[in-house]
Design a protein around this ligand. Structure first.
Ligand code: FPP
Length: 244
């Protein structure tokens, strides 16, 4: 086991925060509103999170917007969420682009309605040159599916005689994940008091700090983001080594 230098432990540089935005339905239930209203309010909290990361100088933000399992929800809820994505990408794209945000997507995008797939492509193309904040939106995303797909791509390389099994190491494997090029998340934050990972960034979260907050996602704002950042800085990251 290695020893991590004290400087590494105290530096705790925060580059990437990934958020499981949970609690839209409960937020709506508490107000006797339909779950759909909760998702609409959740979209406002998305704006808060993006703005907060820009202002705090956190260069990577990843949002779990729709999981590979969310397709099992009632049809009207799925349709409403797709409508929200449409609205958001149409309405916010100009502002995001002008704010220097690079919009990126992970997940099985081909399962989305075609017009949403088109908007995804437009958002990627239009913001490709931006560098201030990399916003990754996980849509129809599942960590197990992502890892399985990477294994499949690598297996094909071996079958085609282009790769020997011994050449596969962690870096090589990670380069076949959809998050290739992104740093692993320093924080995985989940709102609503639930304490689960729910198939989000399974590989990438190996050494993430897990932070669970009671706030329901539609009520998330800059103050909750700051609390998460403070909590992160109070943690001691050892990556399996010991502090000196
Ligand atoms: C989980 O809350 C939330 C979702 C499945 C959807 C997240 C989507 C948004 C925040 C909408 C806007 C997103 C973008 C990127 C524009 P839940 O419905 O599971 O809440 P519950 O556990 O209280 O029922």
């Amino acid at each position: 086991m290695g020893i991590v230098e004290k400087n590494d432990l105290t530096a705790n540089s925060l580059k990437h925060i990934a958020i499981i935005m949970d609690g839209n339905g409960r937020w709506a239930n508490k107000r006797a509103l339909s779950r759909l209203k909760g998702h609409e309010q959740g979209a406002n909290a998305v704006r808060e999170a993006i703005k907060g990361c820009r202002e705090l100088g956190i260069p990577f933000l990843t949002l779990f917007a729709f999981s590979s399992e969310n397709w099992k929800r009632p049809k009207d809820e799925v349709n409403h969420l797709m409508g929200l994505f449409r609205y958001f990408f149409n309405k916010e794209l100009k502002d995001l682009s002008e704010a220097g945000v690079k919009v990126n997507f992970i997940g099985n995008i081909k399962k989305l309605p075609e017009d949403v797939q088109d908007l995804v492509q437009i958002a990627k193309d239009k913001t490709a040159g931006n560098t201030d904040l990399v916003l990754t939106i996980a849509l129809s995303y599942g960590g197990k599916e992502e890892i399985t797909s990477a294994a499949r791509k690598i297996a094909k390389l071996i079958l085609d005689g282009e790769l020997a099994p011994d050449e596969i190491d962690e870096t090589f494997f990670a380069s076949h994940l959809e998050t290739d090029g992104l740093p692993d998340p320093d924080i995985i934050l989940r709102t609503s008091g639930e304490q689960r990972i729910s198939n989000f960034l399974l590989w990438q979260s190996a050494y993430s700090e897990l932070i669970f907050q009671e706030v329901l996602w539609p009520d998330f704002d800059r103050s909750w983001l700051e609390k998460a950042v403070d909590e992160f800085h109070s943690r001691c990251r050892r990556y399996g080594a010991i502090s000196v």
